[in-house]
Design a protein. Structure first.
Length: 103
């Protein structure tokens, strides 16, 4: 084999080695990008889980507020009924006291 053929083979081997190194760099970059993408996906999943929890808590807060409002309304209606009953009882007492001559 001539020196020229050997030099050509060495050049081809160097070019192939350079190509392989280039592919290795691209592969490494792709692996890093994939790792970053996985991390981004995990972060979005955490955000979705947190948002779901926040929505659930907000719904529970609204329901609790509605329950309190309902109870407060019921208590208010009950108090108004008691006031009406007391007013009726006071009116009857006044009428009875007028029968006995008390002002």
């Amino acid at each position: 084999m001539s020196q020229e053929n050997i030099d050509d083979l060495k050049k081809k081997i160097k070019i192939q080695n350079d190509i392989i190194k280039g592919y290795e760099k691209v592969l490494k970059l792709n692996e890093e990008e994939l790792s970053n993408s996985d991390e981004i996906i995990r972060m979005y999943e955490q955000i979705i889980d947190y948002s779901r929890l926040e929505l659930k808590n907000a719904q529970e807060t609204v329901q609790a507020s509605n329950n309190v409002s309902g109870l407060s309304r019921d208590e208010l209606m009950s108090a108004l009924d008691k006031i009406k009953q007391l007013e009726v009882a006071n009116k009857k007492l006044r009428e009875e006291s007028l029968k006995f001559g008390r002002p």
